[in-house]
Design a protein around this ligand. Structure first.
Ligand code: MG
Length: 463
């Protein structure tokens, strides 16, 4: 009788164990992607900033890998986010516009439901998933965070300067100047408006509290946290603890508060002893918004900024941290936002969805074994148009255009060529001296175009 009772107590556990197969030797690692908005290449201490203090990010860099040649997938918000979460050039998902560069509150389009996001793929591997912060991948059914693989969402549906009360004219950029009736963007939780207008002075604090709570609630189940900060995108707001404290005005204040936020998250992981089983990546969606002057960031030695395929528009800070697993290093390998999808899937022990073209590479060998990855080309798109291509130190521009309000579009035949190791500021065109490099790049681009299948344009029209 006793034995039967004991058995009946154990049977449910036994059947769970049998159903799950043998338990994994090592728990699946957690993944946290922290995405700043419009943070420039030179806006962190570990990338040369002198007026902005970022001790937590500097420590993260010292304990992990700091990438010197990391590229976002686009020079503006929406396509950059689409590529990060799908592991594909934004042209493939149709999440790049031409005249309309990003989604506006009255845009029709959004991330197509058919796309597999990293959240969906990791959820398929047993992960809990959460989105915190800016979304900007569509507000209509099928494109929203809960439709795209996130169990929960807390944040803004789009940029903090996009106001549902005004109908922005076609092609309009936004402004740091508030509309007469004030900013009106809503803070939402799981698709429902919580607060409108959102109190932006406390957004970074509240995002951080959500993130720390989510980490604390998931000590025993693997999770994916996508924390897409609202700042330092204009309009800039910092909480009273940070307002007026940096030497770089309100821009510096917001970045110092982001640094504090990263410190809180890494401390929470250390406190729970989860740091050796959690990959944390910190990066930015595109370069600094230079026309904002003192309210925009800095690309340091790089040319131009947000909105441009010159280096300053797309080469951004990127740090990867996982103490005990990732050995400290500074890497000058060319890596890019779309690499995190296959890297995370590999770490989770999963497989990439079949029948889908992915554009990233699994970085595990680089991160965990300090191996050098094979050289591969990187393609710079502006909207649906291929503007430039980098291979090794060489970057060829077929078209150039400055960031918003900058130099107009120019096409180059023959293309311009720069040697980025010698000339990171892209000042001296050396194409005439290197015809063999130009031939190699032309051939690489020809092959790329032959296999690139554009998706249906999602950013084409508005209501
Ligand atoms: Mg941005």
């Amino acid at each position: 009788m006793k034995t039967i009772k004991k058995l009946s107590l154990w049977m449910p556990l036994l059947s769970i164990a049998l159903a799950c197969g043998s338990a994994p030797a090592v728990a699946k690692p957690n993944v946290i992607l922290i995405f700043a908005d419009d943070l420039g290449y030179a806006d962190l201490g570990c990338y040369g900033a002198e007026k902005i203090r970022t001790p937590h990010l500097d420590r993260m860099a010292a304990e992990g890998v700091r990438f010197t040649d990391f590229y976002s997938a686009a020079e503006v918000c929406t396509p950059s986010r689409a590529a990060l979460l799908t592991g594909r050039y934004p042209l493939r998902s149709g999440m790049c516009g031409d005249v309309e560069r990003v989604l506006f509150p009255n845009s029709k389009g959004g991330l197509p439901p058919a796309e597999t996001t990293l959240a969906e793929a990791l959820r398929g591997e047993g992960y809990s998933t959460m989105h915190i912060g800016k979304w900007h991948l569509g507000i209509h059914e099928g494109s929203r965070p809960l439709d795209q693989g996130f169990d929960h969402s807390f944040g803004l549906p789009y940029s903090n300067d996009m106001d549902a009360r005004k109908d922005l004219p076609k092609g309009a950029t936004s402004s740091a100047t508030p509309p007469a009736d004030g900013w009106n963007v809503a803070l939402m939780r799981d698709g429902k408006v919580m607060e409108q207008p959102a109190d932006q002075t406390t957004l970074t604090k509240r995002y951080t509290e959500e993130a720390v709570r989510f980490i604390g609630d998931h000590k025993t189940k693997p999770f994916f946290l996508y924390l897409a900060h609202t700042f330092p995108h204009v309009p800039l707001f910092a909480s009273p603890d940070f307002r007026g404290k940096s030497k770089a005005g309100i821009y510096g204040d917001t970045v110092e508060e982001l640094d504090w936020s990263v410190g809180q998250i890494l401390d929470a992981l250390r406190k729970e002893k989860m740091q050796e089983n959690t990959l944390v990546v910190f990066t930015s969606d595109n370069g600094p918004w230079l026309i904002m002057g003192s309210q925009g960031g800095s690309a340091g030695p790089l040319r131009d900024g947000k909105g441009s395929t010159w280096e300053g528009g797309m080469r951004v800070p990127c740090l990867a941290w996982m103490p005990g697993r990732i050995k400290p290093a500074v890497s000058s390998q060319v890596v890019q936002a779309m690499d995190w999808f296959p890297t995370a899937i590999s770490m989770a022990g999963g497989k990439l969805p079949e029948g889908v073209a992915f554009d990233g590479t699994n970085l595990s060998a680089l991160l965990f074994d300090h191996q050098t990855l094979p050289e591969r080309p990187y393609f710079f798109y502006r909207g649906p148009h291929l503007f430039a291509c980098r291979i090794g130190p060489w970057k060829a521009h077929f078209h150039t255009q400055g960031g918003f309000g900058g130099e107009p579009k120019q096409s180059h035949e023959p293309p311009l060529l720069y040697h980025l190791s010698d000339d990171p500021g892209e000042r001296e065109n050396v194409a005439p001296r290197h015809p063999e490099v130009m031939n190699m790049i032309h051939e690489t681009v020809r092959k790329h175009k032959a296999v690139m299948v554009p998706g249906t344009k999602q950013l084409k029209s508005k209501h």
